[in-house]
Design a protein around this ligand. Structure first.
Ligand SMILES: [Zn+2]
Length: 395
């Protein structure tokens, strides 16, 4: 039922969809509030509400505050009138989530990307997880509303293709038509976007401040950022959000994987940290032992209080702060949301980035910029992909 309603683009249905979207965005809404927002006769609004309710798309939630007389009935969308799927494909892992229509997580499962994870193997594993979700939660194919994919770029978003991600651990990741591969299995819209964008959208949605702009920054194996203004992505044509990592913070500085020098990523990516730590260990007489190769070991050495590792990580936080301050100066976000292993694991790393952004972003002198850690953690990109595919029905 919901699927037909969302896919119906007739002008008669447009207003009803708009009312449904309004209720969805506000959470709980009374008829009076709807009438204030839509200049239509009360009888028309009543008929529309009754119709949405009879079809199970909205339901009575309870009563609002009384303005003297009877307290008004509040309506909400029926969260289980359908369901959404979100998929995150990063260089290191895949995450699949199942949400209701209010984007509340019902289930999630993921796997690590290994050398065996060619596109075919990966998509087949994703489909197995989806089928297992459907069985476990008794969700039929026809109640599925859409699948959102937040992936590592560069992408061709329009064609739904992952182009040629840098440093991908498995073979075959060139021109992967991930959207059509999923559409073959399910007759629903599938939307591909950058994981940094979808993660930013998820944070934006749950902040519920609908006229702000946010900059979402991921520091991991690559540096990826997403910018959302009033719910709209700032997209570049190549779908490559890694380019944020190649802004130059030191002319003639360290060599970067892109072949140029002094890029932000050359000082802040996890691989750059490994390289800088291993270089230092080699030059010091009493080095820290064997080469550092895994993020787990990096965190262990930090927790152990390894001074060499700590100094390099904090210097990297300084550089990251400089890079983000540059982005803030150009984009003027109201909020900066930081995400990444070290952000959540090492408080001093996060604190140093905040300090440097505040010190070096010119606009921070003029107004307050909120700088915080992601509130949705590892689920952000997949949840945001599900949100995007839902929002897309209303555009
Ligand atoms: Zn570079």
């Amino acid at each position: 039922m919901l699927r037909e309603f969302l896919n119906n683009t007739s002008s008669r249905n447009e207003l009803k969809k708009s009312v449904y979207r309004f209720i969805h965005q506000r959470g709980h809404v009374s008829k009076v509030e709807l009438l204030e927002n839509y200049q239509i006769p009360q009888t028309t609004m009543t008929r529309m509400i009754d119709d949405l309710e009879e079809n199970g798309l909205i339901r009575k939630f309870g009563f609002g505050e009384s303005a003297g007389g009877r307290p008004p009935v509040l309506y909400e969308i029926t969260p289980d009138a359908g369901y959404l799927l979100g998929v995150e494909i990063s260089r290191t892992h895949v995450k699949v989530i199942l949400t209701d229509l209010q984007f509340q997580l019902i289930d999630q499962q993921g796997f690590i990307i290994t050398q065996e994870h060619t596109p075919d193997v990966t998509v087949s594993d994703i489909l197995s997880i989806i089928r297992a979700f459907q069985k476990k939660h008794e969700k039929a194919d026809d109640a599925l509303i859409g699948i959102g994919v937040g992936a590592v770029g560069p992408l061709n978003r329009e064609k739904g293709v992952i182009l040629n991600p840098e440093l991908f651990p498995a073979e075959g990741w060139e021109n992967v038509p991930v959207v059509s591969m999923l559409e073959e299995a399910f007759a629903v819209p599938v939307i591909l976007n950058n994981g940094a964008n979808t993660a930013g959208l998820a944070e934006y949605h749950f902040r519920a401040v609908f006229d702000e702009s946010i900059l979402y920054c991921i520091s991991g194996y690559g540096i990826r950022c997403g910018f959302i203004n009033n719910g709209v992505f700032l997209n570049n044509k190549e779908g490559d959000v890694s380019s944020y990592g190649h802004i130059i913070i030191d002319v003639d500085g360290r060599a970067c994987t892109c072949g140029k020098k002094g890029c932000l990523a050359a000082y802040t990516s996890i691989n750059a940290l490994f390289a800088m730590i291993n270089e230092t260990a080699q030059t010091e007489a009493a080095g820290s032992g064997s080469d550092l190769e895994t993020a787990e070991e990096l965190l262990r050495r930090l927790d152990r209080g390894d001074a060499v590792v700590r100094d390099i990580v904090l210097t990297s936080a300084y550089h990251f702060g400089i890079g983000v301050a540059n982005m803030v100066n150009i984009l003027h976000p109201e909020a900066v949301i930081l995400h990444g292993l070290l952000i959540y694991h090492y408080e001093a790393y996060f604190d140093e980035i905040v300090r440097v952004i505040k010190e070096h972003a010119a606009i921070a002198n003029q107004r307050h910029i909120e700088i915080k850690k992601g509130s949705l953690g590892e689920e952000a990109a997949a949840v945001g992909a599900a949100i995007e595919v839902f929002y897309n029905f209303f555009e």
